[in-house]
Ligand binder design. Structure first.
Ligand code: CA
Length: 235
């Protein structure tokens, strides 16, 4: 199962939104679109995209408000896409937590390069040096391939669903550390997602069935009772 990175485009100009959408979709990205800030914030929290492309001049609010809103709960990479050439806007957007910017008009290769850099950056911030270098996390017979967005057990695709992969990848990036239920729920399902640990438990039961030889005695992902989960340290 291939899990495509999800890109959210928040842009009110239909031509530019379509241009970006076409480029991304034809380069194996899943695209979500919003034409105003409120819609963008809603999609960001309900879909937890991997990268957000954000226009600063939106009809209902300043794009900077969108950055503020998203940064309250997530470090999803945000690339500002703006016609504004003033340094001030860009700096302010970056200060607010945007990761990068492209200035309109821009070309296909420039857009793709920025998106790929943002994806790579999001990975390397938290993974240790080896993982950052290889794009993989390995522990025993488990391999998590961040580029292919797949997990393998004894070399076989574990066939994780999108959310299952996100959980495993997140734990692998923080291998050896406990991630709280709340952190996992917020990152995978968004701030308005369920705060009920049950959904997480169900996903974890499925993950364990797919990657653990004996799900009752896990070797890879441990339960920290009442707190969260922890991935075993990598090799
Ligand atoms: Ca605009």
């Amino acid at each position: 199962m291939t899990v495509k990175p999800k890109i959210l485009i928040i842009e009110d100009e239909p031509n530019i939104a379509s241009f970006m959408s076409t480029i991304l979709a034809s380069n194996s990205f899943t695209v979500l679109r919003a034409s105003n800030g409120a819609g963008g914030l809603m999609l960001a929290s309900s879909h937890c995209p991997d990268v957000i492309l954000l226009d600063l001049g939106l009809p209902d609010m300043d794009g900077k408000e969108v950055i503020r809103g998203i940064r309250q709960w997530s470090q999803i990479p945000i690339i500002v896409v703006s016609a504004r050439s003033q340094e001030y806007d860009k700096v302010e957007a970056l200060d607010l937590g945007a990761d990068d910017y492209v200035t309109k008009p821009f070309g296909t290769s420039e857009l793709l390069a920025r998106v790929r850099t943002a994806l790579r950056h999001a990975r390397s911030v938290t993974i240790d040096a080896t993982v950052a270098q290889t794009g993989r996390f390995t522990a025993g017979e488990l391999t998590v391939d961040f580029d292919k967005r797949r997990a393998y057990i004894r070399g076989e695709d574990a066939h994780l669903t999108q959310n299952e992969f996100r959980i495993v990848a997140l734990l692998a990036r923080h291998a050896g550390r406990v991630l709280t239920y709340d952190m996992l729920l917020r990152t995978v399902w968004g701030p308005n997602g369920s705060s009920d640990n049950q959904i997480l438990r169900v996903n974890m039961a499925n993950i364990r069935r797919k990657i653990e030889a004996n799900p009752g005695e896990p070797k890879y992902i441990f339960t920290e009772m009442g707190v969260g989960y922890r991935m075993v340290e990598g090799d």
